[in-house]
Design a protein. Structure first.
Length: 111
């Protein structure tokens, strides 16, 4: 979550003129903005297409991780534990991507 306000225009003065500033976030689809009128730094919202991409990437990752863990447990092979940990991690990343995609689509302009 951004430590700066999320808005299409300056949240302080409503100004539309800005300069771009490199984002401090790990995943950012565009640069942060600094208002030309008052100097307030803000982050543009996540675009809807990015929410769809997160969901499309998250679904197969989460499904793979879940099914892989189920099949490894069903096989009963103890030597598969390191692989199961990695597959579970991929599933976890998929769930995170699904969550972020859903938030971006359900709350447009706020994430």
């Amino acid at each position: 979550m951004s430590k700066y306000p999320i808005s299409q225009v300056c949240p302080k003065c409503g100004g539309g003129e800005y300069t771009k500033q490199r984002s401090e976030e790990f995943v950012a689809f565009t640069s942060d903005r600094v208002c030309g009128a008052c100097g307030t730094r803000y982050t543009p919202p996540t675009p809807a297409w990015a929410g769809v991409v997160f969901i499309l990437i998250g679904l197969p990752l989460a499904a793979f991780g879940g099914f892989a863990i189920i099949f490894r447990i069903a096989s009963g092979n103890v030597l598969g534990l390191p692989a199961m940990a990695f597959e579970g991690f991929l599933g976890f990343l998929g769930l995170l991507a699904l969550g972020q995609g859903a938030r971006a689509l359900m709350r447009p302009g706020q994430v």
